[in-house]
Design a protein around this ligand. Structure first.
Ligand SMILES: Cc1ncc(COP(=O)(O)O)c(C=O)c1O
Length: 419
């Protein structure tokens, strides 16, 4: 892929003024661009060259390092950053294997202490592992963006670390400290730098996992835990992109119940929504919006994102009360909306208010902001706006993504610059 092609689809308005001089009249790059845009394709100067790339037995009881393990302290920054040779213009939200993953283990009752980067690959687990038998596992999701000046940005990674720790407490698992989590994310991203999409093409999705990897037969917390991070370059989550999505309100099945685990990012919450989601997709909907399980009247959230309703200058979202995942995008959008003069309310939001709203949108790391074009409830379809994306959704999307991509000043101190 030539460097001109990298920028071909990039709208000039998205490029901050102080960077515009770096592009030629046709959008082709000049030598002012960082070396990462040199157009070279291959990871030719890899200091971690491995003798046997097919070995990935990193979960065996034998903890000795094999030829493809790396100490965390190895400076991943030695890797020459060149872009992977993939079709950057057509990234969806599919999994794409990259070069490295991060692994850290500890026994029950102990603390995580030292992890390592390993070549990305399959992992080995006992058939009796706690995660496989009893679903003792959590995941997280965050993104890294490549900036025009070559910097790599993370968005509020410590928030994901806090949320993982909260979830770990609920699921009886030890968890990495916030510092360990953030450091591990940084190392994994830098080791996989060539997979971070060029600016405007997408992001590197970072997927931390925490699981009971030790063998257990009777129902009990596993004797060993593994913290793992892998990454994948991504584009839009919904095929619609910023185009409106179409939701159906689910009235029979529930994502979460009071006292359950809806408020943490445990893996079982996601298998549990597949049935309703598949049925909705088969009918042409993008996803499902859940109601509270007690009264079936108050909004909860979508399968993997939070929901907001707009009425005039007021933006409302269901309050966090144990059954709803405390989204980091949700939290950020609340602050961004307040800073833009909106009144934001976190409270019980009824399905009637949803149907009567001016605009509805969803938020999440994967979806960013997804405007809702229609809601179907008990067979009745309500549509929002005639022109596609609502003004409030558009405004907040633009404010948040500009921040995340480093296009506007980070007044909130949310951005972590990796390099
Ligand atoms: C159930 C659920 N709700 C909401 C969200 C949004 O959370 P965040 O904004 O932190 O990605 C997610 C995604 O992680 C989710 O899985």
């Amino acid at each position: 892929m030539e460097s001109g092609a990298i920028f071909a689809g990039l709208h000039q308005n998205l490029i901050p003024n102080h960077h515009r001089h770096q592009l030629g009249p046709s959008g082709s790059t000049t030598k002012l661009l960082p070396s990462v845009f040199s157009g070279k394709r291959h990871f030719s100067n890899n200091p971690f060259k491995l003798s046997n790339q097919s070995l990935f037995a990193c979960f065996s009881n034998n903890n000795s390092k094999n030829a493809n393990t790396l100490q965390v302290t190895s400076p991943a920054s030695d890797v020459k950053p060149e872009l992977a040779d993939i079709d950057w213009d057509n990234l969806g939200f599919g999994f794409m294997p990259t070069d490295y993953m991060y692994i850290m283990k500890c026994s029950q009752g102990e603390n995580f202490s030292k992890g390592e980067l390993q070549r990305f690959g399959n992992i080995e687990l006992s058939p009796s592992a706690g995660i496989l038998n009893y679903g003792q596992g959590l995941f997280e999701g965050l993104k890294a963006y490549r900036k025009y000046d070559g910097n790599i940005l993370l968005f509020r990674p410590e928030e994901n670390a806090f949320r993982l720790r909260m979830g770990a407490e609920r699921m009886c698992m030890p968890s990495p400290t916030v510092e360990q989590f953030v450091e591990a994310v940084k190392e994994t991203v830098l080791a996989n730098e060539r997979w971070i999409p060029p600016p405007g093409k997408g992001s590197l999705y970072i997927r931390p996992l925490l699981m009971g990897s030790g063998a257990v037969l009777g129902l009990a917390p596993a004797p060993e835990y593994t913290f793992l991070i892998y990454v994948s370059p991504v584009g839009n989550y919904f095929k619609e992109g910023l185009a409106p999505i179409h939701l159906i309100v689910e009235t029979e099945m529930h994502r979460a119940t009071p006292g359950g685990t809806g408020g943490v990012k445990t893996i079982g919450n996601y298998a549990a929504v597949l049935k309703a989601q598949s049925a909705a997709k088969a009918k042409g909907f993008s996803d499902v919006l859940y109601l509270d399980s007690a009264q079936k009247r108050y909004l909860e959230e979508v399968s993997s994102c939070n929901v907001f309703v707009v009425k005039g200058n007021v933006i409302s979202t269901p309050a966090i009360k144990g059954t709803i995942l405390p989204g980091i995008t949700r939290k950020s959008i609340i602050d961004v909306a307040i800073s833009q003069g909106y009144q934001v309310e976190e409270r019980l939001v009824t399905v009637e208010e949803l149907l009567d709203a001016d605009e509805v949108f969803c938020t999440g790391t994967a979806v960013v902001i997804s405007p809702v074009g229609s809601i179907t409830y008990l067979g009745k379809r309500v549509t929002y706006g005639s022109t596609g994306v609502g003004l409030v959704s558009q405004q907040l999307y633009s404010a948040l993504t500009s921040l995340q991509m480093g296009l506007t000043e980070d007044k909130m101190d949310w951005i972590v610059v990796l390099k």
